[in-house]
Design a protein around this ligand. Structure first.
Ligand code: ADP
Length: 397
């Protein structure tokens, strides 16, 4: 397990962890959940693939991290990589110093639910392991290469210059990983024009030219863009004043509706889970059928829109729980892109199973790939890179 990196993703009451080494089969991972409550526990998978569950009643983030780290210390990770949702204008993974911690704090208004939870984890691990290099890897960083005409909103300029109101984009580690992997498998690593569709509970698309993000569907927050599990994606921004004036709703209620009660769940009035909707649609549920149709149409429209920023289109990559598993959704989405020349190989498309990567086009037109995402692997790779740069810098002092 030499060269391993511990990847940590802290939420408000949970911590996901993964010890990432050279071989994916050796990965140790798990989740501390219900932190602060009497039923707080750690559930995970050990090196031999055995499931474990440890009760840690009332443990806070620091206590949970101490337990996780003490169980993993025999593997001597070389660094810790923290997933951080919002990095403001930071363009790459950064070694965690007091200055970078402050920058993550400054970006809190842009990710009020996520960044404070990440900071709790970062501060705890910095106290517990002061000698281990710690790196922050940002969901937003990959999209910092977008040109200004893609990231600016048509709003008064001071909102951008003084308050940072612009499009940032998210899921950057996933779009970066699958585009690099897909283009490498296609024999043109980080070259050419690619569209990526990360479709999970949260979903986003990205256009990548020569390995760099040139546009993406999410914006100032992860609400913009596609139809998601419970998020509406794009709506007319006047919906706020419409609902306030006509239904008397306040901002909190409107935000909650758009983030938690909309999307596939809102449209179907049934579920945010694509599997449930596909099954219900097969049984004749019309709301489920419409939810799937809106999802695929809006996804196709987003991909077509983002393609405007690609000089040529070499391929499209599907990933995330839906993108990796739902052959039906891939097929339906491509049917809404008839003039792009995609030729789907139906049999290959239907045969791909969870966790398998593969090409599903018929050998003509832009390539179509399914690539299982690996955000932890990408975070570990970037963390290792930053930690090694730091060691090199210290050695040459
Ligand atoms: P998250 O964004 O929370 O990481 P995932 O990437 O795991 O979520 O994606 C969850 C979504 O993937 C759910 O909508 C789920 O229904 C969908 N999904 C998983 N397996 C399948 C499948 N076999 N067919 C269709 N959808 C699937």
């Amino acid at each position: 397990m030499s060269n391993s990196v511990l990847v940590i993703n802290c939420g408000s009451s949970s911590i996901k962890y993964a010890l990432v080494s050279e071989r994916r089969e050796d990965r140790i991972y798990g989740l501390a959940e219900n932190l602060g409550a009497s039923d707080a526990r750690i559930k995970g998978i050990t090196k031999g693939g055995q499931p474990i569950e440890i009760a840690i009643p009332n443990a806070n983030h620091e206590q949970a991290l101490e337990t996780i780290l003490s169980r993993l210390s025999e593997y001597q990770p070389q660094a810790i990589g923290h997933r951080v949702v919002h990095g403001g204008n930071l363009t790459k993974a950064e070694l965690l110093t007091n200055e970078i911690v402050e920058k993550i704090r400054e970006a809190t208004p842009l990710a009020p639910l996520h960044n404070p939870a990440h900071l709790v984890g970062i501060e705890a691990t910095m106290r517990l392991f002061p000698n281990l290099p710690q790196v922050a890897v940002f969901d937003t960083a990959f999209h910092q290469t977008m040109p200004d005409y893609a990231y600016r909103y048509a709003l008064p300029k001071f909102l951008y210059t003084e308050h940072g109101v612009r499009r940032y984009g998210f899921h950057g580690t996933s779009h970066a990983y699958v585009s690099e992997r897909g283009s490498t498998l296609a024999g043109m690593p980080n070259q050419g024009g690619w569209l990526t569709a990360h479709l999970g509970n949260g979903s986003s698309t990205c256009a990548i030219w020569n390995g760099k993000s040139v546009d993406t569907s999410m914006g100032l927050t992860p609400l913009e863009g596609l139809v998601m599990g419970t998020r509406s994606g794009d709506v007319d921004p006047s919906i706020h004043s419409f609902l306030a004036k006509n239904l008397g709703w306040d901002l909190y209620k409107i935000d909650r509706m758009l983030n938690n009660e909309s999307g596939l769940y809102g449209l179907s009035n049934l579920s945010n889970d694509m599997r449930t909707l596909i099954e219900a649609s097969e049984r004749g549920n019309e709301d489920a059928t419409l939810a799937i149709e809106v999802f695929c149409y809006r996804l196709a429209k987003s991909l077509a829109g983002l393609s405007c920023n690609l000089p040529q289109l070499d391929g499209l990559i599907f990933t995330g729980g839906i993108g990796e598993n739902a052959a039906y959704i891939r097929e339906k989405t491509l049917a809404y892109l008839p003039h792009f020349g995609f030729q789907l190989d139906q049999q290959r498309n239907n045969e791909l199973k969870r966790g398998t990567e593969g090409r599903v086009d018929a050998g003509q037109g832009p390539q179509i790939w399914v690539i299982p995402t690996d955000e932890e692997g990408r975070i570990a790779q970037e963390t290792r890179h930053v930690a090694e740069q730091q060691q090199h810098a210290l050695a040459t002092l």
